[in-house]
Structure formats: structure tokens, C-alpha cells
Design a protein around this ligand. Structure first.
Ligand code: DGJ
Length: 703
């Protein structure tokens, strides 16, 4: 077998060479034709030997060992009581099976074995798994494995996302310079500020165009993501779990498996990369849309908060059913002493104060009007004022004998205590067994501090425990769906995607804020997994008021739902909601399967956002006016991603009412027009002059 492995799928190639005795990535990016002159390719990658450098060229492989002359961050960091901190892994075994290449290397001296597995999926996504096994008899401490992938010298900028509660995943872009641009997550959960994905971009790359290399981590705990350009000139993108001191200590023959790093290349801009990720997730047999269309969901949190009352909720259920809602979710406040957010977490038994007859009456009511029932939990948390805490104050994550500062009056339950895990699992399981519950919304409303189990850092164990618990719920209750919520969108990542079916994207239901939160969260997570709810006229989060149309159009770009006291909605609003719900149902097949388009715009005052079906026969676009335009006549609306050679019928649709505008006459094409995909993408349509905080829908169908 040649020493060079060429994985190639869906327009992406990965070339890994092992000639030097360690796997080295020669190329990750655009698909290469079959490589016949492999030796020459290897030759071209041998570095020169500048002055003031090693005397001969060094080949740095994926493990980036100092022993091979690499001056920089190694892939594996660890030590055995101060020894074996430096390694040289020698390749022992290479396996190639279709588009999966696995390399096992050993450092006999340090008694360590490392494994790296590269899987190029049918969608062109590269999944990298790395692990280390302790072959020695003494303990080996792992400080971290970071997966580094080379990106070309011509990458120019880094794009990633920052955020906070109510404002998750806002883009930031900057030039790559010598040094490291590092994003760390230390909240013990993914975090509102998690970048979710980081991109290195070629000079002219945009959402629609150019070469981009993205990396995301399949992990819901502490993380680090970075783009690094070294002084020698090479650039890498990297991601790994951020381990706390002594968090992982391997005994003899134990293995640390790093979370999978999910790498995505596209020469069709960020949208192309995003589509590969969406298609990879959609190919899973248990992907939510492969089970059933995403049901319109009413979550009652903002409708009633802690004020649980059967008559009120029953009226809400009637109003929801009339509109066409398919799932009704009872949020926080139904259990233990939970009459406000100061007590009760940890006691997952129905409160006799608010639900003296149990939840059965409400579940039956909801089902009798044709909806399924969902229920809120926050099982990883405990209030000091709870039966659980009174019985087991030691079952919280803590260190040094200190009780961590409270956060929403709560502490984090240490799920590494088998008793704590069993308590939560059994209580929740009992509720799921007693009532017909199709869906749980699982919250996580505080960051972890001093996260230790019996004195040892335990973020990793906590994450593994919640994955296990979700999987156990699903095994015990086939068909159960789980929403991952964490004060809105603080636990959204490619790790949780395998254990939950939906994410609560943000606690901010203000449609203006949601325009960007939805748009950028959907780069990694497909819209069908992102909860997007329409709320009342005045947003609870910001006190901004928005038109019905703007709120309704905004809420279409995800797994649609409502967060609204519908009993207060007037007749006109209810009619509009009915037609909006019917529209969502008729279009969710397209909205939840096609390619998401984020148009490149020079104006920052509007968004053009759409979904084009995979066969390019139909599409829906949203034109959202965020603020007033800089111009009296804003830039053309370009509709991209269509078949350039096909003719399309284009029309404005108003299932949630018309957008209001500052114009005497709308653009003439409003009444309907027929144009080629090429013209729609290049010339586009004259835009209307919408009022700020307005949005309209444009439907496109092939003639
Ligand atoms: C935070 C969530 O994000 C909200 O949707 C709601 O479930 C509250 N927690 C309940 O306490």
C-alpha cells in the first residue's frame, strides 16, 4: 500500500501521508482528481531549511510533537508525574476502510498509544476522533487533546461567533495574524458565548462564495477553538475539549477519547459549509424530520410563568388547538415547592398545591383537543430550598468544602454520584411513565463553578452523565423527544445533537434580535432543530413592539412555535395565526430540507435569507428590513442558489399579513414575475422600501 491516503467525497479531498513515520495531512480542501504522482506530491511538501533552524527538514505530523522539531502547541498535552510530557509517536498501524482512515501510533518509551481516525462522510464533512491510551503501569494525566487541521497559507480571516444570554451567536470576523485567536468555553456547559463553529476563510470568501474551512466540536462542556498562524508561516484551525487540572488521569490501560472534531470545507462559502453539516445531520435515521414533520409548539412559559392554573391553561389549549398548534408544553412551576425560581429544583414530583389532582387533567385536556403534551425539567439542578438538597447537600458539584455562589438561586447536582443520577432519572422516569408525555424541555440555567466530584474536576463526567441520561429516557420511552434548553441557547452543539431533538435557540423572542440569532445559529444546526416562536406584540425580553407580520415571518425560519398568552390574542390576531400555522405546515417540508441561503449584502440594514429545495424547483426567501436603509431605494434583492438555467415564477406571499412600507407604490414585480435563476441571482429584484422591523416572504417556483 502506498504511504499516501487520499479520501475523497462530495467535492472534498483529504490527503494524509505517512512516509515519515507519522501521519501528516498534506491537503484538506477542494477535491483533487486521482493523484498518480504521489511521491512528487510528498516531495513538494518538504519544507526548506532556513538559516537559524534545524539542520534538516522536519516532518510535522498530526501529533505535533516537539521531538520532531515542532515549536508550538502539541496535539496531546499530558504527563506522568512530570515525566513523559514529551513524546514521539511512531506509526504502528494504518487502516483504510472506504473513506475512513485510522492511524495507531505508539511511544514505547512513554508507554502511550494514540489513535487518530479520519472519516470523510458522504456529505464531505470530515470527522476526526483522537484518543490516547496509557500502556504503562503508573497514572498518566491528560491535559488535553486538541485536533489541529492545516488550512492553506492563503486563508485570510477568521469568522466566529460570540454571545451572551439573550444575544447568542453574533458573528465577528478579523484578519488572521501571527499568533493564536482562541475562543474558550469554561462554563461547564456549551455556553451562550460558544462559537459553535469557527471558520478560516480565503480572502474573498463570503456567505455565498469562496473557500472556507470550518471546525466545530461535538461536545457540550468546556472547549477551546482556535485559529493559529505560526511564525514559520503555517496556519491551522483547531478544536478540543478544555480539561481542568487533573480532570482526566488515566490508569493503566485506560483511554481518553477526545470529543469528535467536525470539520467542514466548502468552496461555496459559509452557506456551502452549512449545507454540508445540515445534510450530514439529516442523513441520520433518527434525525427529527426523518421521524415526523416538526409540530407547531406552544410553550406556555411567557404566557403564565409560574402561575399555573388549570382553567387558564385549558383556555390556552383551546385557543392553541384552534390555531392549529400540535404540541403544548407546560414549562417551569409544576413540581415540588416551585412557585417561583427560588425553590423546588430537585423535587420532580407533581406539586399537590397547584396540581392537587395531578397533571392528568391537563394532559387529557391537551390531548382531547388534538395536541400532544410536553413538560419542562431542569434535572441537573437543585435549589437549596428543596427536599433533595435537605437530604443530600453533598450531592452538588463543589470543591474545597465551599458551596459555590448561587446562580438563579441554584446549584448543580453532581451526576457522578450514582445516587444523584438515579434520583433524577427515577423521578423524571416516573413522571414520563405516569403521563402521556411526548416531549420534554430540559433546561440548564446556570454555569458550573468549581465543578468537582469528590474534589476532582468533573465537567467531563457531568457532560457524559447527561448524554447517558437522555439516552436512557429515550430508550425507556420510545418516540420521546427532548429539547435542549439552557437559559435559551447555551447548550447548542454537535455533541448534544445526538441526544436531543430540538434546541431552544434563545430566550430572546424579540423578532428583531431573533433575525440574527436564528440566522447564525442555523449555520451549524439545521433550522428544523431550532425552536423559533412567535410572541406577543410587546416582546417580554426587550419591551420592543413589533408588527404581527414581522414576528410571524421571523418565526418561520426554524421549528416554529408560539410563546404567547393566546387567550389575550384578539380575533384578528388569531385568524392571522391560523393562516401562518397553515402556511408553516404546508411549507415545513421545504423549510426543513433545503439549502439555507444567507445572501451576501453590502447593506447591513436588511437580511435576505431563504431556503432552496435540493432539486432547486422551489424556494422561499425572506426579505427582512432590520433598520431603515442608508438609501432611499435599498439595494436589489438577489435570490441565489437557484438553477441558473431554469425559469422561475416569483411572487410575494402574505400568510401572516402584509409588511408595511414607506412607499407610494411597491416595486412593479410584486404582482408576479417570471425570471431565470441566473437573473434572479445576478440582477435580482428591486426591493420595496419597508418600514424598519418588517419582513416579507417571496416564493419562487420553477416553471
Ligand atoms: C429558561 C428557559 O430558557 C425558558 O424558556 C424557561 O423555560 C425558563 N428557564 C423557566 O425557568
Amino acid at each position: 500500500m502506498s504511504n499516501t491516503i487520499h479520501l475523497s467525497q462530495a467535492g472534498v479531498s483529504v490527503v494524509i501521508d505517512t512516509t515519515s513515520g507519522t501521519p501528516a495531512i498534506l491537503h484538506w480542501g477542494k477535491a483533487l482528481p486521482a493523484i498518480h504522482n504521489v511521491d512528487d506530491l510528498v516531495l513538494t511538501q518538504v519544507e526548506p531549511t532556513p538559516h537559524c533552524d534545524f539542520d534538516a527538514p522536519q516532518t510535522i505530523g498530526i501529533w505535533r510533537e516537539n521531538s520532531r522539531g515542532f515549536i508550538g502547541q502539541p496535539t496531546l498535552v499530558g504527563a506522568r508525574s512530570g515525566r513523559d510530557f514529551s513524546n514521539q509517536f511512531v506509526l504502528r498501524d494504518t487502516k483504510v476502510d472506504g473513506n475512513v482512515a485510522t492511524f495507531i501510533s505508539v511511544d514505547a518509551e512513554a508507554e502511550l498509544e494514540v489513535l487518530a481516525r479520519f472519516e470523510l462522510t458522504a456529505q464531505g464533512v470530515l470527522k476526526v476522533s483522537q484518543q490516547v491510551t496509557n500502556l504503562g503501569f503508573t497514572d498518566y494525566r491528560v491535559d488535553g487533546i486538541t485536533t489541529f487541521l492545516p488550512v492553506p497559507d492563503y486563508t485570510k480571516s477568521v469568522l466566529d461567533f460570540h454571545g451572551r444570554w439573550m444575544r447568542e451567536r453574533q458573528p465577528q470576523r478579523q484578519e488572521i495574524r501571527v499568533g493564536t485567536w482562541l475562543r474558550e468555553g469554561r462554563e461547564g456547559r456549551t455556553g451562550h458565548d460558544a462559537t459553535t463553529i469557527q471558520f478560516a476563510l480565503a480572502e474573498a470568501a463570503t456567505y455565498e462564495r469562496g473557500e472556507v474551512w470550518g471546525l466545530s466540536l461535538a461536545w457540550s462542556g468546556n472547549s477551546r477553538q482556535l485559529v493559529e498562524r505560526t511564525a514559520i508561516g503555517r496556519t491551522s484551525i483547531a478544536a478540543g475539549e478544555l480539561l481542568l487540572a487533573d480532570e482526566v488521569i488515566l490508569k493503566s490501560n485506560e483511554t481518553y477519547e477526545a470529543p469528535v472534531a467536525v470539520a467542514v470545507y466548502s468552496n461555496e462559502g459559509v452557506n456551502g459549509a452549512s449545507h454540508r453539516l445540515h445534510q450530514m445531520l439529516r442523513a441520520r435515521a433518527n434525525h427529527p424530520t426523518n421521524i415526523r414533520p416538526r409540530p407547531i409548539t406552544l410553550n406556555v412559559w411567557e404566557a403564565v410563568y409560574f402561575d399555573h392554573d388549570f382553567d387558564k391553561l385549558s383556555a390556552l389549549a383551546d385557543a392553541a388547538a384552534e390555531i392549529g398548534v400540535e404540541r403544548f408544553v407546560l414549562d417551569d412551576g409544576w413540581f415540588g415547592s416551585r412557585r417561583d425560581d427560588k425553590s423546588g429544583l430537585g423535587d420532580w414530583v407533581v406539586s399537590a398545591d397547584v396540581w392537587p389532582e395531578g397533571l392528568g387533567k391537563l394532559v387529557n385536556k391537551v390531548k382531547s383537543v388534538g395536541m400532544e403534551f410536553g413538560l419542562w425539567f431542569e434535572g441537573e439542578m437543585v435549589n437549596a430550598d428543596s427536599d433533595l438538597y435537605r437530604a443530600h447537600p453533598d450531592w452538588i458539584l463543589h470543591a474545597g468544602g465551599r458551596v459555590p455562589p448561587t446562580f438563579r438561586d441554584q446549584q448543580v447536582l453532581d451526576l457522578a454520584h450514582e445516587g444523584a443520577f438515579e434520583h433524577v432519572f427515577n423521578q423524571v422516569n416516573a413522571i414520563l411513565s405516569e403521563y402521556d408525555i411526548a416531549y420534554i424541555k430540559w433546561d440548564h440555567n446556570r454555569v458550573l463553578t468549581e465543578a468537582a466530584h469528590l474534589g476532582q474536576a468533573a465537567v467531563r463526567r457531568q457532560v457524559q452523565a447527561i448524554y447517558r441520561m437522555f439516552d436512557q429516557f429515550k430508550a425507556a420511552h420510545p418516540g420521546l423527544e427532548i429539547e435542549s434548553c439552557a437559559s435559551g441557547g447555551a447548550r447548542i452543539d454537535l455533541g448534544m445533537v445526538d441526544h436531543a431533538d430540538r434546541f431552544w435557540t434563545s430566550d430572546n423572542n424579540d423578532a428583531l434580535e431573533r433575525q440574527s440569532i436564528n440566522r447564525y445559529t442555523s449555520i451549524v444546526i439545521p433550522p428544523e432543530m431550532l425552536g423559533t416562536h412567535i410572541g406577543p406584540t410587546k416582546a417580554h425580553s426587550t419591551r420592543r413592539t413589533h408588527s404581527h407580520t414581522f414576528r410571524a415571518v421571523t418565526a418561520l425560519w426554524g421549528h416554529a412555535g408560539l410563546e404567547w398568552d393566546l387567550t389575550e390574542a384578539n380575533a384578528e390576531e388569531r385568524e392571522l395565526l391560523k393562516s401562518w400555522a397553515a402556511y408553516y405546515k404546508s411549507k415545513r417540508g421545504l423549510l426543513h430540507s433545503g439549502k439555507t441561503i444567507r445572501a451576501d449584502q453590502t447593506e447591513t440594514t436588511s437580511f435576505i435569507h431563504g431556503v432552496v429545495s435540493n432539486d432547486k424547483s422551489e424556494a422561499i426567501f425572506m426579505y427582512a428590513q432590520l433598520t431603515t436603509s442608508d438609501y432611499s431605494r435599498p439595494a436589489n434583492i438577489r435570490l441565489t442558489g437557484l438553477d441558473e438555467n431554469a425559469e422561475y415564477r416569483v411572487r410575494v406571499v402574505e400568510p401572516a399579513g402584509p409588511a408595511t412600507a414607506m412607499q407610494l407604490l411597491p416595486p412593479k414585480w410584486y404582482a408576479g414575475v417570471q425570471l431565470s435563476g441566473a437573473l434572479l441571482a445576478t440582477v435580482g429584484l428591486r426591493s420595496p422600501v419597508l418600514h424598519p422591523e418588517q419582513a416579507m416572504l417571496i416564493e419562487v417556483s420553477r416553471v
